[in-house]
Write a new protein. Structure first.
Lengths: 260, 283, 283, 260
């Protein structure tokens, strides 16, 4: 069978899905995280538990939700709890193994900004804000970040820390009393970055097929470091791509049908 | 005891200029019809509260209803920005909007502590983030047992809570199910509560003993408004009109286009929105 | 993920001497069979926690399992005193019992804050009462917004929570309904959780989207124990044996009579109790 | 029809039931309060809302529960909420108009003891303890107390205040920040007492038929005061007695049947 090669965005989603294990309990956000988690569920991790902040626990949507609270999520969930309970008993309660985050901007210590571009009181761009992200970053055992890599998103200095990653690096996280691991992996659309063990600075550990070091260096807003041994991420398999594209096609039809 | 009123009377008799008002709903059961009635009645200087101010609040802000907003995520879910909200914050149009910005966890906890008649909520929150630097309503509290420092936020107790639910019975009890958000907490923490419902039934019939029901005596007014959550959804009644959310990005980008849409589909007609509300505006 | 075990193995592998243990249930779904298994396994020095230590805790205390008790109401519901609990507190029999005494509201709040991984709970509690004079674990906290003084109590986070529920599915998810007490909070605040269930079903089938379900991954062990709550009850399965509660007043008044009953109906047999457990002892 | 005259206990229950209104929301305890509230519901207050601390809201039991959490309460309730919610959103939330309390001992300012007789650390009698009572007394708009009057129960000095009434009298309640009215009526089995407006000392305001001032004075553990105008409580009506006795007979049979 002839499968169209993966786009970078698809490669990113597949890479994120591969990072998930069958016994993970994931706090899922909309967009790439939702696609990655459901791709994992439909391929190598059939028992993975997916939780959306709207309160749906153990959900198995047939199409990807447009919003964090689509009816599909509730219809296919084991149960649905009120939002205060989701944040107190389940997230703050320490029941989540993986939190998925994205953002408008990220810095070299995997701190995220989804609040504002420019000064808070006189914003150039007012972004939607933190939502669940501040505490997802704090309370999940670890977090994965998915973001497209370019000079607007991977920046030297954040105007606002919406979700704390590794702060100023080193043991900053632990010094604030956080006992969780924080961001352990950034799955970008060109490469994968991981915090260096000591400094916690994000370091490129794997490149996608066809991506060079120079490509990454050019797009990253800080002088990005590379691991000594740099892996090349195996391209998405035909099966991964087929399942992902089927899912996205079902989603397109479902949302289109409603929109019509 | 809840009074059964038409929507216009329900809003007229409960929502006053200057009130602190929450129209709650977490993606599901968003009380669009009630919010549109508030716009039609030209309420002013409201302090709006909501975890996820989405299209409805974008409309209310753009129409000049709000003086302040307490919120935790102000976007068009799954689509992007709220352009009217942005225009108010970035450019002060139609007038400046005071914002008190939180995280979801803090807003949810503040609704809980409000319903419980406590003055504040405690959470392990905002650790390392910049929110406390821009919001003086995020404070610290020290655990009297472990000496740990935790975040404290003031409870949410509104003048009026407005929600949409699936159904009421003839006694004015209200049943809701599905994604529940913080609606119960908003109602129980409020002085007055308005509920719009899809239908009124003689009796809820056989049900789980733990069904989510708000008893009549915590509700001020109930109005029957079928499709009152559209383009949001009511589990068991109609699905979310995701197409509208996608289309709103274009409608709301431009002030004139926004005003024209509001005039045509909210101010000039009293019926609830339907799928036809994209006519003449959708791409 | 929950493991399906027989009751003996489930208790053996989760409850250790010296543990902090809550066997919860508010009148409904009291895990009698599991508590009896703890007695049979002669666990010692447990710190028992429960809002309403009733007959089951009377039995555990009388059999010397407990070193301390954190509670809010220690009576035989609708009947009167717990004579074994009284004997332990008043006379140190079979050995002294440390007590940490609260009000229901504080215990319930402490379970909630425990499930939420907070170190303490805040409440408007104990105003004017003598509890803070005899319990150093009731402290004060000052609201950082209003300067009001409120009560604070330490959260409840157990080593082991033990509950009884109506049913589990084959994946180890557990459904409970009816009077829910603080069971969910006890489980979510505990390191290990043991659940006995009336039955194991292939699938829960059609249900309310908000059904109270504990997912498999918050449970350590599940044991199928039909009538495991008797003489308490399981909504939808069997009623409360109120006669037993009435009879217990007599059985438990006298140390020897109590010991004889425990020997005959708990130590010497492994089956769960049935209505025959009043034979030879009832008036 | 020939109805056996009311016992004092029955008169007490009827008097308590008459104090309830059709639009009250009552937090009900087991025993006399439960009988009184359900008698009110079955006679003059059909819409009264009964709440038991086990979480049952708007319950309409056909027989009186033995325990605070009998299945009958849940089966006939509008809905049943978890116990933490009952105490936080509903009781502390200020949603209850009438709380019913009893106790082992009461003092002249309607403080109650259900904790201990003798010193706390070396009790003569260890009682069950407070349960919901401390906060029922604090958060209901007002509370009614039902207790048999005798020298063991109406005492000069409490060893322990389990539920705060009017403290040391006067404005003690308000001075602690309590905004609710507290105990407004003590319905004993001989008479009704109410706090005097200024001092808040319990004062006999009505005697049951056949009870004299001397009877009350003899049984009360402190020198009890009487209102200037002392009412005589009308005896229970035939209808009240019939409904109450039917209810108690249904209850006896139901609990007996389970016990058999």
């Amino acid at each position: 069978m002839n499968v169209k090669p993966a786009t970078r965005s698809e490669t990113m989603i597949v890479a994120a899905s591969r990072a998930l294990k069958n016994d993970d309990v994931c706090f899922v956000g909309i967009g790439a995280p939702s696609a990655a988690c459901n791709l994992a569920r439909l391929t190598h991790a059939p028992d993975i538990v997916l939780i959306y902040e709207s309160g749906t626990i153990g959900t198995r949507p047939n199409v990807l939700p447009l919003s964090i609270g689509d009816g599909e999520l509730c219809d296919t969930a084991l149960t649905t709890v009120p939002v205060p309970e989701m944040f107190s008993y389940w997230l703050q309660g320490g029941r989540i193994s993986i939190g998925f985050l994205g953002g408008a901007q990220i810095d070299r210590y995997a701190n995220l900004n989804t609040t504002v571009i420019g000064p808070y009181d006189a914003p150039k761009v007012r972004l939607p804000g933190g939502g669940g992200a501040p505490e997802i970053g704090a309370h999940c055992k670890q977090t994965f970040i998915t973001m497209a890599l370019n000079r607007r998103t991977f920046v030297d200095q954040l105007p606002f820390i919406t979700s704390f990653g590794h702060g100023r690096g080193g043991d900053h996280r632990r010094s604030l009393g956080l006992t969780t691991a924080g961001p352990t992996r950034v799955i970008a659309d060109m490469c994968i970055l991981e915090p260096e063990a000591e400094s916690k600075e994000l370091t490129v550990t794997a490149l996608y097929e066809g991506v060079t070091r120079d490509d990454v260096t050019r797009e990253c807003g800080w002088p990005v470091r590379f691991a000594d041994t740099l892996a090349t991420l195996p391209a998405p398999s035909e099966q991964e791509l087929r399942v992902l594209r089927d899912l996205q096609e079902r989603t397109r039809i479902a949302h289109g049908a409603v929109a019509a | 005891m809840a009074e059964f009123l038409d929507l216009q009377t329900a809003i007229q008799s409960t929502v006053r200029d200057g009130d602190v008002v929450a129209l709650e709903g977490f993606t599901h059961l968003i009380p669009f019809a009630a919010g549109h009635e508030i716009i039609r009645q030209q309420r002013r200087d409201l302090t709006l509260i909501r975890m996820t101010p989405d299209i409805l609040y974008d409309q209310m802000i753009g129409m000049g209803v709000a003086r302040a907003l307490r919120f935790s995520w102000g976007g068009n879910p799954g689509v992007g920005s709220l352009h009217r909200f942005r225009d108010a914050v970035e450019n002060g149009w139609p007038h400046p909007l005071l914002i008190e910005e939180h995280a979801h966890a803090a807003m949810a906890a503040a609704y809980q502590s409000g319903a419980a008649n406590l003055p504040f909520a405690t959470l392990r929150g905002y650790i390392g983030t910049d929110h406390p630097n821009v919001n003086s309503q995020i404070r610290q509290i020290v655990c009297p047992f472990t000496a740990e420092r935790l975040a404290a936020v003031a409870s949410i107790r509104c003048d009026v809570a407005v929600i949409h639910a699936q159904r009421a019975d003839r006694n004015g009890n209200v049943l809701l199910e599905g994604i529940l958000g913080v609606q119960r907490e908003a109602v129980l923490g409020a002085k007055r509560a308005v509920v719009t419902v899809e239908e009124i039934v003689d009796d809820f019939g056989p049900r789980s003993p733990n069904t989510t029901i708000l008893p009549s005596w915590v509700i001020t007014a109930i109005a029957r408004v079928p499709r009152g959550a559209f383009p949001s959804y009511a589990q068991g009644y109609y699905p979310r009109h995701n197409g509208f959310y996608l289309a709103w990005d274009e409608i709301s980008r431009d002030r004139d286009r926004f005003l024209a849409w509001m005039q045509r589909y909210v101010l000039d007609r009293r019926e609830v929105l339907g799928p036809d509300c994209l006519q003449g505006v959708a791409a």
